[in-house]
Design a protein around this ligand. Structure first.
Ligand SMILES: Cc1cc2nc3c(=O)[nH]c(=O)nc-3n(C[C@H](O)[C@H](O)[C@H](O)COP(=O)(O)OP(=O)(O)OC[C@H]3O[C@@H](n4cnc5c(N)ncnc54)[C@H](O)[C@@H]3O)c2cc1C
Ligand code: FES
Length: 332
């Protein structure tokens, strides 16, 4: 049934004129190398309209050849005229390489979003922002927003000399907005710096970290060892290591009553797609949050990097690309 609002605004799900998150083409207004491996792309609306605003730490989904990849927006998200992303090239024939080879000024890109999965906690007294390598992208977004709204923040940036994207912007923010910036080169000095900064924060600080998977595991361990509660230790992963195949488990689809077994090494997502259900998905590694499905009953073995402890304990949702369980009834 078409609602009165949909009749008035057939293409809009929201009354704000600039609100658009469905797949749409934007034009490329800039594509500049930041380092030999990282390129900064800037996109704009073809008609010059303001783009949909976003929370710091949000990302876009970009059609990159035959892949759909997530890329963090580096801006602060307020009334954006442009969307900016920075992409590390992996020479594996995947989407990042495709973007470097095919996206140039004047061309188009197909984007979806912005989507938010790494937003700042509004009641945080201070933000401790930790970036390693290309993980600087959402951290820059948080730092710019903190500067805009005058929120106390400090940044730790771990990088290899000569490979640091956005270092100049972070140094400028540090100089102009009395935001402390701590820099380290390499893994061990980086972990030592994280250890120190975690130990020197006022009560009520929330930490946000993005970087390689092993560095994030160490950050979480260091935070817990320093007495931080998990609810204040946030992280975003761009990739996750391969998982064990897991055990076979039974699944029932609530709406149809259909039941099946998910064999070891096969994901619940694959089985649901095979059964004809249209389940959104993207990374298939438990890092993007796209394949979240509601669960009615059963014991879930959560294996993702997205859900909070509270969401895991509630047992009412799972990320079906990686998580498994026992006697699961999905609410689909
Ligand atoms: C929420 C979110 C935000 C993201 N933001 C950014 C961003 O701002 N900038 C950016 O460059 N990427 C970002 N990514 C990662 C991005 O979506 C792609 O995964 C990445 O560009 C690799 O895609 P690909 O198609 O080139 O390589 P694929 O074909 O998917 O992978 C090729 C190989 O490279 C390895 N690989 C890929 N990416 C990484 C990595 N980051 N670290 C270590 N090994 C890797 C994989 O293990 C794989 O074996 C983000 C991912 C998520 C989920
Ligand atoms: S598809 Fe990305 S978390 Fe499942």
């Amino acid at each position: 049934m078409t609602t009165a609002v949909q009749q008035l605004l057939p293409n809009a799900g929201h009354l704000h004129h600039a609100f658009e998150t469905h797949p749409r083409e934007l034009i490329v207004v800039s594509a500049e190398p930041l380092t030999p491996e990282i390129t900064h792309f800037v996109f704009a609306d073809p008609a010059g309209r303001t783009l949909t605003g976003f929370e710091p730490g949000s990302h876009l989904i970009i059609q990159a050849g035959d892949k759909r990849n997530a890329y963090s927006l580096t801006g602060d998200g307020v009334n954006p005229r442009r969307y900016e992303i920075s992409v590390l090239r992996h020479e594996t024939g995947g989407g990042s390489e495709w973007l470097h080879a095919n996206v140039s000024v004047g061309g188009n890109v197909l984007v979806e979003g912005p989507r938010s999965m790494f937003a700042p906690n509004p009641v945080a007294k201070k933000l401790l922002l930790i970036a390693a390598g290309i993980g600087v992208t959402p951290v820059l977004s948080h730092a710019l927003a903190a500067a805009r709204w005058g929120r106390p923040a400090e940044v730790v940036y771990i990088y290899r000399p000569g490979s640091a994207a956005h270092l100049a912007e972070l140094r400028t923010l540090a100089a102009s907005y009395s935001m402390e910036l701590y820099e380290a080169h390499g893994r061990e000095p980086g972990l030592e710096l994280i250890r120190q900064r975690l130990r020197h924060q006022p009560l009520g600080t929330h930490a946000y970290a993005c970087g390689p998977a092993d560095m994030l595991d160490d950050y979480l361990a260091l935070g817990r060892a320093a007495g931080w509660h998990d609810d204040r230790l946030h992280s975003e992963r761009f990739q996750a290591p391969d998982l064990e195949p897991g055990d076979a488990f039974g699944v029932r689809i609530a709406s149809t009553g259909q039941g099946f077994t998910v064999q070891p090494g096969v994901s619940l997502l694959e089985k649901l797609l095979e059964a004809g259900l249209d389940v959104p998905n993207l990374c298939r590694q438990g890092v993007c949050g796209e394949c979240r499905i509601p669960v009615r009953s059963g014991t879930i073995e959560h294996r993702d990097h997205v859900l909070s402890n509270e969401e895991r304990n509630a047992g009412t949702a799972m990320l079906c690309c990686v998580s498994r369980g026992q006697e699961i009834e999905v609410d689909l």
